[in-house]
Write a protein that binds this ligand. Structure first.
Ligand SMILES: Nc1ncnc2c1ncn2[C@@H]1O[C@H](COP(=O)(O)OP(=O)(O)OP(=O)(O)O)[C@@H](O)[C@H]1O
Length: 496
């Protein structure tokens, strides 16, 4: 489409693009309205980012990322930085092939030139002049700012960022396993078994929880943006549609009734300044306060809101996620847009929980729940159509009607509540979703040690101290990629 032509992208309709509002845009593509990039006063770009983090035009020196401290790729960059007086440059790398392209630029597989170890990286190259012309430079800046702060096993590691002529280069981890959209197409019936869907949803949930606690609303969750690492674990990518906002922790009072039910009732904002990232948003305090019973609300349309108890125990739970953030941007990918984004009344972190519901539905059922004949109908369906599931699967179906399937449907239904205030996770954050029966048995702390459902076959080609593996990757270029022959002209800046 128009934006695709401007960006000179691949033909694949799975690529993401952004454009001004147009229902003609492919529903799988990401986009942002150029008209309404606005947000409420609660949202401030650069909230958590210190002056040194956001830096000037000079090369950025990423802080040590504890998760990657022992990684060969990190160590190789650290040594290169020392050897080159802190300056990482484009000519330190050999470009092997183009991995993909998006609205902002191209992503290349590259390796460090000898004598450095043959570590592989993904390099995102953004043409700043072209983006400035298209008034999208701020999206690239936001993405860079966010990437600089991330340090999480399921989010990209930014090893370095530098500039070359009018290009900005972001050096990140290379994910050889492709994305979950492609991986789903390879499954029987183009659907993941529920156990696999649970694994990918759990890792995605952890990535979103961390982002929210860092004050980032992701806003572009879809299988195409979930890449598979060499070890089969996921990496959420592509942050140029994300919203950065202040995180003000809230003390959520969980009322525990005699029956042991834990309905959400009230929140009380604590008087503390915007916080730095915390490791967990769940405060398992055992202090219990006695509270008077809530006043009966004659207008409540939710039976839970009229429930009365004489004695209610209150467990405080700290929610360190931007549940009150508000933006009015029209941003995302049609089939994954939350109703509140379409209606334009303002949206916050709950849009990511809606998208998680669409994602889980698509992983399990092989299609998104509200897809219409065209984008306009998809948007209408999202706003108006009740959620429906495919008919009960046959006994031979891998996702036949087990407890797992029932729990998955229940969670999806709770994530796809059209009213964001009543959506699971909207007031109590990710902790509430993690407690859902669908995730029973998931060891959240040790999920990195779980064997993933699918490990890329060319794992050995990723990196090693020898230079041979990268050559193996280069030899795997298909005809179209060979025609580009980027790896033969690595010095030529015009290549981008
Ligand atoms: N770390 C990585 N490892 C492997 N492939 C990657 C990596 N990062 C990106 N890619 C590939 O490059 C493509 C484009 O990357 P990305 O989506 O970040 O660019 P973009 O310009 O932001 O695109 P979009 O228009 O979707 O925002 C992806 O679809 C993916 O196939």
């Amino acid at each position: 489409m128009e934006a695709a032509a401007l960006a000179g992208r691949d033909d694949s309709d799975r690529d993401s693009v952004r454009s001004s509002f147009s229902t003609a845009i492919d529903s799988r593509r990401s986009w942002i309205s150029d008209i309404s990039f606005g947000s409420s006063s609660s949202v401030s770009l650069r909230s958590h980012f210190t002056a040194s983090d956001t830096g000037g035009a000079g090369p950025h020196q990423p802080k040590m990322k504890p998760h990657k401290a022992n990684q060969a790729e990190w160590e190789a960059i650290r040594r290169l930085r020392v050897a080159s007086s802190g300056q990482i440059r484009l000519d330190h790398f050999r470009l092997l092939r183009r991995l993909g392209s998006g609205d902002l630029g191209n992503v290349y597989l590259c390796e460090l030139r000898a004598p450095a170890p043959a570590c592989l990286y993904a390099m995102k190259v953004v043409d700043r002049e072209a983006l400035a012309f298209r008034k999208k430079l701020h999206r690239a800046e936001i993405e860079k700012d966010i990437l600089r702060t991330l340090d999480h096993p399921f989010l990209p590691t930014l090893y370095a960022d530098f500039e070359a002529a009018h290009y900005s280069c972001l050096l990140m981890e290379f994910c050889p396993g492709g994305d979950l959209h492609v991986l789903r197409q390879r499954q029987a019936g183009r659907r993941f078994p529920i156990s696999s869907a649970r694994f990918y949803a759990a890792e995605t949930l952890l990535a979103l929880e961390y982002l929210h606690m860092m004050g980032v609303v992701y806003r572009d969750l879809k299988p195409e943006n979930i890449l598979v690492r060499d070890d089969g674990h996921i990496m959420l990518s592509d942050f140029d549609l994300s919203l950065k906002c202040d995180v003000v922790p809230k003390l959520h009072m969980m009322q525990r009734l005699g029956s042991g039910k834990l309905p959400a009732k009230s929140t009380a904002a604590s008087c503390v300044p915007p916080m730095q990232p915390v490791l967990s948003c769940f405060y398992g305090g055992d202090k219990k306060a006695k509270r008077p019973p809530p006043k009966k609300n004659p207008c409540a349309d939710d039976p839970e809101e009229t429930e009365q108890e004489n004695q209610i125990e209150v467990d405080p739970e700290l929610v360190a996620e931007p549940i009150a953030a508000r933006s009015k941007s029209f941003v995302g990918t049609h089939e994954y847009l939350a109703p509140e984004v379409i209606s334009g009344g303002g949206h916050g972190s709950a849009v990511d929980w809606w998208a998680l519901g669409v994602f889980l539905y698509e992983m399990i059922h092989g299609r998104t729940p509200f897809k219409g004949e065209d984008n306009e109908k998809t948007l209408v369906n999202i706003l108006k159509q009740p959620l429906e599931f495919p008919p009960t699967p046959s006994p031979t179906d891998p996702n036949k009607n087990t407890d797992d399937a029932a729990n998955a449907r229940d969670l999806i239904a709770k994530l796809l509540v059209k009213n964001p205030k009543k959506r699971i996770g909207s007031t109590k954050g990710a902790a509430e979703i993690k407690r859902h029966e669908f995730f029973k048995g998931v060891n959240w702390a040790l999920i990195r040690s779980v064997s993933p459902p699918d490990v890329p076959r060319n794992r050995a080609t990723r990196s090693s101290s020898s230079r041979a593996p990268a050559v193996t990757v280069a030899q795997k270029l298909n005809k179209k990629q060979k025609d580009h022959e980027p790896y033969k002209i690595p010095h030529h800046i015009d290549y981008f």
